[in-house]
Design a binder for this molecule. Sequence first.
Ligand code: BGC
Length: 445
Amino acid sequence: MKPTQALERQHACDRQGSRAPIGRPLKASPHKSAALLLAWACLQFGAGPGLAGEIEVLHWWTSGGEARAAQALKASMQAKGHSWKDFAVAGSGGDSAITVLKSRVVSGNAPAAAQIKGPSLQAWANEGVLASINDVAKAERWDELLPKVVSEQMKYRGDYIAVPVNVHRVNWLWVNPVVFARTGAKVPSNWDEFFAAAETLKKAGVIALAHGGQSWQDLTLFETVALGVGGPEFYQQALVQRDLEALSGPTMEKVLSTYKRIKPYTDKNAPGRDWNLATAMVIRGEAGMQLMGDWAKGEFLAAGSLPGKGFICAPAPSTSKAFIFVIDSFAMFKLKTAANTAAQKDLASAVMSPEFQEVFNLNKGSIPVRMGMKMDKFDDCAKASAQEFTAAAKSASLLPSVANGMAVTSPIEWALKDAVSQFWNSDKMSSAEAIKRIVAAAKSR
Ligand code: BGC
């Protein structure tokens, strides 16, 4: 580390440390301001001299809850003396970010790390642009700290090329309990009850379901319906294995008709709306429910809404015994300088640390991916998620999200998003026509 950088780090930590509240444990609050986070990070990560570099991280965590979580990462890197270059690209569940990343990599100007997940990790590694972080992983025994299904996805030809951050559950229903109490709607546990609650809310003049009409959200809703209506085995066969019979059989027809039955309970301004703006409608009581992954919880928390009071989390209808997962991870790119490579390894190490796993996931709405973490600071939604994750893994009900990059390659995912979205948005398309398009998308390369 250059002496000036070491001094800067010292000063940043001194300044922040002196602002830290005395006598109150920093880890007590999950909702930290930027200054508190840096003070926290100085305590956790401030020690240890090293080579200071620049760390540029591409991500799409720009909503209220996501930004707080990303701040934890920035603070931990700054506490280690590295300079942080934020490369945040807002929007569309990461679709825009990946487009920008491709052009940066093609022009030989890759960031240190990028939010890439699922099968795309292998596709990027195949291009020869990712770096091994095996030395960090070996020294810190990641193989023992991660579920095998996760560690395998983070490796390419036996080498770790990515670090996992969290586990999100997709199949959640978010409810505004004040609106429900006022209108007499009951929190649904199956699809019949869902439509009964939606009808009650609609009659009371409330938007029943807050939806963002973007293709990744249309597909996120679709996979949740597919799981609820068809069950885990159907989900696995139709959406993950893309089995022709399952994709075109009577269960698929039922899934499509249930999916389309939801549409009248959304509002006319849904097209194009970002997911977090849909969550805000539930927070404000303009809408009664949202079906969305638990990154939505980060929005409730960031807005000061408390679990059980401002919002209720319930498994999406008919999916209480299954778990659609998303595991966010950072892929590491080959870099040109030793200082930046050292910073990249520090990033990998920080992400896997118990301290980071806790503070990040408290803010993000997800649960730690590192095994053996204490959950006492987490709320009941996260505790339920952690229990279900373990239970679902044992009963073959742990399923990768198709809409959020975990199950299929990205060309297939894009094709599925298009097909499902066209069906959602059309007044005329029959189920038979939708099936034809979904099958074609599922079989695309
Ligand atoms: C990601 C989450 C993110 C959400 C909304 C998901 O695909 O896994 O980390 O918060 O999209 O952008």
